[in-house]
Design a protein around this ligand. Structure first.
Ligand code: FMN
Length: 206
């Protein structure tokens, strides 16, 4: 079978509290679908209590709206996928505990080597330009390696990577505070990343 005719399955598990990473995840999905992928977008669920969610206007409403739109990611989703693209906001320069909890639930699959050889990629968001986007994406690279995923970075493999948006380690959004965006350039990087992971996944399963 030629790789062009293969339709890879791409899982996009993300966490987003106020919708910024949600919009980046949707753009990753758009790029993956345009390249022929079947996509599952899944939102990791809250770990903080209602008291924390209610402490900032809009957090709980935003989380409730996204939970109504997206299922929570499951281990079965990871088994189903040919490629997994994880997305997270920066939390004090690190991955969100909500996305990490999903990842930590994949231990049973790790033990069986069930994820070995699938494509893996990451994207992130921070409030400020130097607030931790790159280190957050890179902090997930060891996780991808431990899971046996073949790491697929955007690199500088497309013209959109030269438009002062995204990182070679993963698409990113600099959201400001209160969070807004992503910009068109940031969305373009996210679409490219979805396309690139899909194209690599096609080759891996061909
Ligand atoms: C607990 C917490 C910690 C955060 N830590 C950082 C940080 O270290 N650097 C940064 O630039 N932004 C930080 N942020 C901001 C978010 O990463 C940023 O606003 C992100 O774009 C929000 O994405 P969302 O709208 O998808 O939830 C933090 C936000 C929260 C709630």
């Amino acid at each position: 079978m030629s790789s062009a005719s293969v339709s890879p399955k791409i899982l996009i598990p993300f966490y987003s509290r106020t919708g910024t990473l949600q919009r980046l995840a949707e753009a990753v999905a758009e790029g993956a679908r345009a390249a022929g992928a079947e996509v599952r977008l899944r939102r990791a669920r809250e770990l903080v209590g209602v008291d924390i969610l209610s402490s900032v206007p809009g957090w709980k409403e935003s989380a409730d709206a996204m939970n109504a739109q997206y299922e929570a990611p499951t281990a079965d989703d990871a088994v189903w996928a040919d490629g997994i693209i994880f997305g997270t906001p920066t939390r004090f320069g690190a991955v969100s505990s909500e996305l990490k909890a999903y990842i930590d639930g994949l231990g049973g699959l790790w033990a069986k080597g069930a994820l070995n050889g699938k494509a893996g990629s990451v994207f992130a968001g921070s409030a400020t330009m130097h607030g931790g986007n790159e280190v957050t994406s890179l902090s997930l690279y060891p996780v991808l390696a431990h899971l046996g995923l073949i790491i697929v970075p955007p690199g500088f493999a497309d013209a959109v990577m030269f438009a002062n948006a995204g990182t070679p380690y993963g698409a990113s959004v600099v959201s400001g505070n209160p969070p807004a965006g992503p910009t068109d350039a940031e969305l373009a990087v996210a679409r490219f990343q979805g396309r690139r992971v899909t194209e690599v996944a096609k080759k891996l399963i061909a």
